[in-house]
Design a protein around this ligand. Structure first.
Ligand code: G
Ligand code: G
Ligand code: MN
Ligand code: NA
Length: 250
């Protein structure tokens, strides 16, 4: 198809960019890390969402090529930040089915000179379940090298609390579906409270995603959530704008 051909060309010509969205400490609003998010603005097709091209790349077998380029770009950008903030990078489910994923990620970090302890990989529950043995092996290898693993979109999809019993995660990202209703829907508030209590007991870090206003930030902080992310703190921005912001503020 036209989209597939355009994506192939974009990967080969390095045209897919990485943007960065801040993750802050809710206690003091200081940035503690950034999530890398792929961005593709094609000359003919215009803006194509990663929600479209990531699954297409998985299906057509070029997710490895795409992800390697993105991780390299993200890590290189992070090396120029004035502080050792963490970098959070999304892994797709197909990558968790490929036994070569851990060594390829660690090889990229080695080539770029990026400390694995500064990297976090975001994965979804569905991704871990789709190929459990391989996924567990990949995660174990990466964690042994110091990489941290966060469970993305927590509370949605094929949620299974049993996943948390495997102790393969360092952090949980509360899906914005709960965050956006935290001040209007009692059920969402109770669910977030329960997630926070559970994570405290399991010694997991927590980030609330999709914080869009002051009231949500205040509520989450009062409930004891340590970290937050969302448009209220900053939209994803390109590496130049991100670096400029850090130099001006940190
Ligand atoms: O940034 P945005 O909301 O448009 O992202 C849409 C979806 O694409 C999200 O689920 C996000 O996790 C995913 N995504 C964005 N960048 C990447 C990437 O570099 N790799 C993978 N695997 N998924 C990504
Ligand atoms: O699936 P994942 O959590 O990786 O998706 C992250 C996506 O959420 C990114 O595409 C990002 O652009 C989007 N996002 C980040 N902050 C907000 C927010 O405050 N509101 C909304 N609606 N989307 C957000
Ligand atoms: Mn994510
Ligand atoms: Na998420």
């Amino acid at each position: 198809t036209q989209l597939e051909q355009a994506l192939r060309n974009a990967i080969i010509s390095n045209a897919i960019d990485v943007h960065f969205q801040p993750i802050v400490s809710l206690a003091n609003n200081l940035i503690v890390g950034f999530e890398a998010l792929a961005r593709w603005n094609d000359a003919d097709l215009g803006f194509v969402s990663p929600a479209v091209f990531v699954p297409l790349a998985e299906e057509r077998g070029f997710i490895d090529a795409l992800s390697e380029t993105l991780l390299r770009k993200a890590a290189e950008a992070a090396l120029s930040w004035p502080r050792e903030l963490f970098l959070s990078f999304n892994l797709s489910s197909a990558q968790l089915m490929d036994p070569g994923t851990s060594s390829s990620i660690l090889a990229i970090l080695g080539r770029v000179g990026f400390d694995p302890h500064r990297l976090e990989l975001e994965i979804t529950e569905t991704a871990v379940m789709s190929s459990a043995d391989t996924a567990h092996r990949i995660i174990a290898d990466l964690r042994a090298a110091g990489v941290r693993i966060s469970l993305d979109d927590f509370g949605t999809g094929q949620s299974s609390l049993g996943r948390l019993r495997d102790f393969i995660f360092d952090k949980v990202k509360i899906d914005r579906a709960f965050v956006s209703r935290i001040n209007s829907d009692r059920a969402s508030e109770h669910i977030v409270k329960a997630i926070l209590a559970m994570c405290e007991g399991l010694d997991l870090e927590v980030v609330a995603e999709g914080i869009e206003d002051y009231a949500e930030a205040v509520k989450l902080r009062s409930l004891g959530c340590a970290m937050g992310q969302g448009y209220y703190y900053g939209k994803p921005a390109d590496s130049v704008a991100t670096l400029r912001y850090l130099h001006e503020n940190y």
